[in-house]
Design a protein around this ligand. Structure first.
Ligand code: JAH
Length: 262
């Protein structure tokens, strides 16, 4: 996968040299380049922002440097040097919610281009013009406001690159983790069996794999009902059997309605 990032703070992306993302880059699984937006300014002050039309607080990113940056990184014609049409991602509190499903979708792309806004955000025409050339997605990590898109890009890249074939090895199974089945994960324990007077649940030391699976399922259901009732409502009704419903009832949580065939 190829990834380009455009930002006025390229130093924010130093962590991408580290850890498993750094290794993926060293192994050639990820070709990542970070670009300074000011490369595409031409005035002595290397200006990237101006006051908003219509008034209001703060500053807006001017369209010209962004236009040149996107022209350079997403050229009109496919060039012979392996240039591909990227998917443009723009972190914004006004974007569509990022999710594990979107991480999988992005992991299947061959080229991602991230545009990091600062101040109040980008001139809308940058996105409108880019959308005539390539798929554009404004993406939100949640309902809060940051200083800019840089940290959001680090989060998205971490979620996406760990899904690329060869990045994780096979140490962790991607289909058993939180959010893969629409439930939060059960709690985890390791040695020692007793620590500061606290014991690992007996069932996990029993060697009874069926009992362990049932316990984990119950814990996942109860955790999800308690912390993320919205996720319980999204489960397909047929994914909850009578034992699941009994576990929720036991914990004092309502079960979502059963599917009624019409
Ligand atoms: C803030 C440009 N949902 C997280 C998030 C993503 C981006 C931004 N804020 C929050 C942001 C200012 C300018 C982007």
């Amino acid at each position: 996968m190829r990834v380009d990032i455009v930002s006025i703070f390229p130093e924010y992306f130093a962590p991408l040299d580290l850890s498993l993302i750094g290794k993926a880059r060293a192994n050639g699984l990820l070709r990542l380049a970070v670009h300074d937006l000011r490369t595409w300014t031409h005035d002595v002050h290397r200006t990237v922002d101006d006051t908003p039309y219509g008034g209001g607080p703060g500053m807006v990113m001017r369209p010209e440097p962004w236009g040149e940056a996107l022209d350079a990184l997403a050229p009109d014609e496919l060039s012979p040097d392996g240039h591909t049409l990227p998917r443009l991602l723009v972190p914004s509190p006004a974007g569509v919610p990022f999710s594990q499903a979107m991480a999988h979708e992005l992991a299947a792309e061959s080229h991602l281009l991230f545009a990091c806004g600062r101040y109040e955000g980008l001139d809308q025409r940058v996105l409108d013009h880019a959308a005539t050339r390539m798929p554009v997605t404004e993406v939100s990590l949640g309902d809060y406001v940051l200083f800019g898109g840089e940290v959001a890009v680090l989060v998205i890249l971490e979620a996406v690159t760990r899904l690329l074939p060869g990045v994780l090895g096979n140490a962790g199974s991607l289909d058993e983790e939180s959010h893969a089945h629409g439930l939060l994960e059960a709690p985890l324990y390791t040695k020692p069996a007793t620590w500061r007077g606290l014991h690992v649940p007996e069932v996990l030391r029993s060697g009874d794999h069926a009992r362990i699976a049932r316990w984990r399922r119950d814990e996942a259901l109860l955790r999800t009902a308690s912390r993320r009732p919205d996720m319980v409502g999204l489960l397909p009704p047929e994914s909850l059997d009578a034992r699941d419903r009994a576990a929720l009832d036991q914990g004092g949580f309502p079960s979502p309605p059963e599917h009624v065939a019409k």
